[in-house]
Design a binder for this molecule. Sequence first.
Ligand SMILES: [Zn+2]
Length: 146
Amino acid sequence: MDKPCVFDFAAHQRLEFGDDLLSDFPDFLLDLFDHAADAADQAVDEVVAHSKEFSVSINALLGQPDELYCQACGMPLKKDDDIAHEPDGSFNEKYCRWCWVDGKYVGAATVEEMIEVCLPHMGWPDQDAARAFLQKQLPQLEHWRT
Ligand SMILES: [Zn+2]
């Protein structure tokens, strides 16, 4: 799993100042950047470990900074119960628990099929409006863009 929100402080500084300018930085400052990057990585590792240990999503651990949506069906992932799990027990915050099971995607094969799967669950009285909404929104989700 990719580490979320890895903040590489040194890389960030290089981006901001460029390599030329960075080579003029005193060593203690470069060490400080490296240290900050290590500390950030360590903090991320801890959050990932806590998520698995306590079965709480990373998003919830961080105070829910993101409004998560399943990146295949668009379902809002408001509760940790709705979020998919990997076989090792960790969360997969990209999918809902219906689209991602036992470490693989099990949802509809095409966006058109997914729209038909989603329609009855939306509870919109106007089916045409619901379909138009899904036709606009679903293709923008990560699963269908890749
Ligand atoms: Zn889903």
